[in-house]
Design a protein around this ligand. Structure first.
Ligand code: UDP
Ligand code: MG
Length: 311
């Protein structure tokens, strides 16, 4: 029989985890696969890990992985994928925003021969208009800049075939933008549209500052375009300055050169100073990421790992 492992990163999800597991277990019972679930405790501060352990005691299909501290969702997910060893792996959030009932559909497409089957949100219930707007802007910018097209309105909820999983495991970069990496892997991909539910319990771990940084991570790890934009902006400004310089020279020749032009000088200095700082900042973003990669630290550290009980 083929096997399926569901990877669930969780950070402070104790309130909803039992409900999540109940729904997932019901889905497992319908599938003719050897199913297991791997819960990753990403350094939670509440009793998420205790809940995971009690689920493991009650259900032999449960495995648990505890990281040494909170590493963030992307790395928790990576840790989970590294420990998953099955013919297919499903990645899903623990907050029930991604319905586990969609997994059988994923499996059907996987059996048709798709390597990556991902859920695309058709609606985002329970999210503010501003969040929807920023999200859609991000996907649009990303779509323009990235060489690897990242499917829009798509989270991490997806199924990976064995070879897609193995390919992903070879990618060891530290600044991980998982949605982009899943797309980067390629192979045969398939989208399944679903309505996204509001959170079952607890609250989102994202605020706008984190989302902004996440967006910058995504763009810088999949595109060098901001560096080019800085170059072209520089060229554009230099050309304008050249034309302006000629105009000033002609004016001085024709009309003489009384000491004037404080406003022009101020505007020019401030504008150029601003442009230079922006360009430096862009370089800094890339340099900072290079620095993190160069340190070669491990991606995450494991505190405890308990594989599923063999039957
Ligand atoms: N998560 C995690 N580590 C973190 C933050 C979040 O493992 O540092 C998990 C979280 O428990 C949930 C999933 O990642 O299962 C998605 O998080 P959240 O619901 O906060 O994100 P959103 O759905 O709002 O994008
Ligand atoms: Mg969520």
């Amino acid at each position: 029989m083929q096997s399926l492992t569901v990877v669930v990163p969780a950070y402070n999800e104790s309130e909803g985890l039992r409900e999540f597991h109940a729904r997932l277990a019901a889905v497992f019972d319908q599938l003719d696969l050897a199913c297991s679930v791997l819960y990753i405790d990403d350094g939670s501060r509440d009793d998420t890990y205790a809940v995971m352990c009690s689920l493991r005691d009650a259900d032999s299909r449960v495995a648990t992985l505890r990281l040494s501290r909170n590493f963030g969702k992307e790395l928790a997910l990576t840790a989970g994928l590294d420990h998953a060893d099955a013919d297919a792996v499903v990645v899903i959030d623990a907050d029930l925003q991604d319905p586990p009932e969609l997994i059988p559909t994923f499996v059907t497409h996987w059996r048709e021969g798709f390597d990556v089957v991902y859920g695309t949100r058709e609606s985002r219930a329970g999210e503010t208009r501003f969040k929807k707007f920023t999200a859609s802007t991000f996907y649009r910018v990303m779509g323009r800049l990235s060489q690897t097209p990242v499917p829009r309105d798509t989270g991490d909820f997806r199924l990976l075939s064995r070879r897609a999983l193995d390919a992903l495991k070879t990618v060891r970069e530290r600044q991980r933008f998982m949605k982009g990496l899943f797309a980067w892997v390629g192979y045969r991909q398939k989208a399944v549209v679903y309505p996204r539910d509001p959170r079952f319990a607890g609250e989102t771990k994202w605020n706008y500052w984190k989302l902004w940084n996440f967006a910058i991570d995504g763009i810088t790890s999949f595109s060098g375009a901001p560096l080019k934009i800085a170059t072209y902006l520089g060229i554009g400004v230099a050309m304008l300055a050249f034309v302006f310089g000629i105009w000033i020279a002609i004016k001085a020749l024709l009309l003489g050169d009384p000491v004037q032009g404080y406003p022009t000088i101020m505007v020019t200095i401030l504008f150029l100073g601003g442009v230079q700082l922006i360009a430096l900042g862009v370089i800094g973003e890339y340099l900072g990421r290079l620095y993190v990669e160069a340190k070669q630290r491990p991606l995450y550290l494991v505190d405890e790992y308990h594989p599923p009980t063999p039957r």
